[in-house]
Design a protein around this ligand. Structure first.
Ligand code: PLP
Length: 375
């Protein structure tokens, strides 16, 4: 009989996520890993101290490893994970990234370039030629796809290959798609990063981030950053996220099925000017998304007729859908992105991002429709 680890490694991803990160099967051993609450360990072992390792992290890391197909390390938040990757880049690095990316990343890059000599080239990620041109002489490409909140889709297979051909390191923010819809490491990317806060944990009760890589040296560099800068997750958060990740495929599949249906219905709503969803055949990114993604995700954006005030009124008028920022939980959320002063200027004033949850589709539709009619 093959070893437990070999056996699990041959299962489908959905089964692996359920089976991995569990204690050994011996009499009265717990089925679930315990929450490792010690900061201090007896001398003579592999961990040494609570900032260097924790059994609860290991269990969750092994579950993310099967999804992303790379060695994985956790951080205290998604942004801490991104920040750790940028900290490994040499001074003077030239970074290519999206001009419409996640606001936290955009703010971080602005701050990094103020305090050291790194340069950032901002591109339209869905314009592959522009991206490829910008790679010339660069050291690092940071690709978020689909982007938050513009929902642009980058030609990941082509851009990653071009970058690797020129020895440019590539990191992908895989938060919107998750490893179930696309596997950046299998396309050749050096890092795949997740805000575990979102789909992986899935219940809006945990902040956490992860970095996965197939490269041992890069893994060691990132591990050193976590160890020395100290952005470690809590053991309870790791346990909660592991509990959440067991149902990732169920939650994501249901949420993206709901998102597709809502995108279709919203496309003909009288108070909606435009729907952005890569799953819509009419969406400018549909063809690209379809060419390599397994699913289109569960985030969609609408541009509300009547401008910012009308969009705010709609968000304030929903009951089942919560007016809040964040995404990836079982519960549907929406918000007008430009209510944040830090959102990219290219995002329209009336754009509302909807994180579609797993509620009943008719209940969701009735609530969104009444909120849009209240404006
Ligand atoms: C939320 C988010 C992050 C940051 O994650 P936190 O866990 O909130 O720090 C990074 N990238 C994307 C695409 C996100 O949506």
């Amino acid at each position: 009989m093959s070893s437990e680890r070999d056996y699990i490694s041959k299962l489908s991803t959905e089964s692996q996520v359920v089976a991995s990160g569990r204690p050994e099967r011996t009499g009265d051993a717990s089925l679930n890993p315990n929450i490792e609450l010690s900061a201090t360990f007896h001398a003579g072992g592999d961990i040494g101290y609570g900032r260097f390792g924790n059994a609860s992290w290991n269990a969750l890391e092994s579950a993310i490893e099967v999804i992303e197909e790379g060695k994985t390390i956790l951080f205290s938040s998604g942004l801490a994970a991104i920040s750790a990757i940028f900290k490994t880049l040499p001074n003077g690095s030239i970074i290519v990234t999206s001009k419409n990316g996640y606001t936290g990343t955009m703010n971080l890059l602005r701050q990094i370039t103020e305090v050291n000599s790194m340069q950032v080239r901002y591109v339209d990620v869905s314009n592959t030629e522009e991206f490829l041109t910008a790679l010339n002489g660069a050291n690092f490409a940071w690709i978020e796809s689909p982007t938050n909140p513009a929902l642009e889709v980058a030609d990941l297979p082509r851009i990653i290959k071009a970058a690797k051909d020129q020895s440019v390191l590539v990191g992908v923010d895989n938060t919107f798609a998750t490893g179930l819809n696309q596997k950046p490491l299998c396309m050749g990317a050096d890092y795949s990063m997740n805000s575990v806060t979102k789909y992986l944990s899935g219940h809006s009760d945990v902040l956490m981030g992860s970095v996965s890589t197939k490269n041992e040296d890069l893994f060691n560099n990132i591990s050193a950053v976590r160890k020395f800068h100290g952005a470690i997750p809590g053991p309870f958060e790791a346990w909660l996220a592991l509990r959440g990740i067991r149902t990732l495929s169920l939650r994501l599949n249901k949420a993206q099925e709901n998102a597709m249906e809502l995108a279709n219905r919203l496309s003909s709503h009288p108070n909606v000017d435009r729907v952005r969803y890569p799953g819509l055949p009419t969406d400018p990114h549909h063809h690209m998304a379809k060419s390599f993604m397994k699913g289109f995700g569960a985030i969609l954006c609408i541009e509300v007729k009547g401008g910012a005030a009308a969009a705010d009124k709609a968000c304030e008028s929903s009951r089942l859908v919560t007016y809040a920022t964040s995404l990836g939980g079982v519960e549907s959320l929406w918000e007008r992105r430009q209510r944040w002063g830090s959102e990219a200027p290219s995002i329209p004033d009336n754009l509302v991002r909807i994180s579609v949850g797993i509620e009943n589709i008719e209940d969701l539709w009735a609530d969104i429709d009444q909120a849009l009619r209240a404006i």
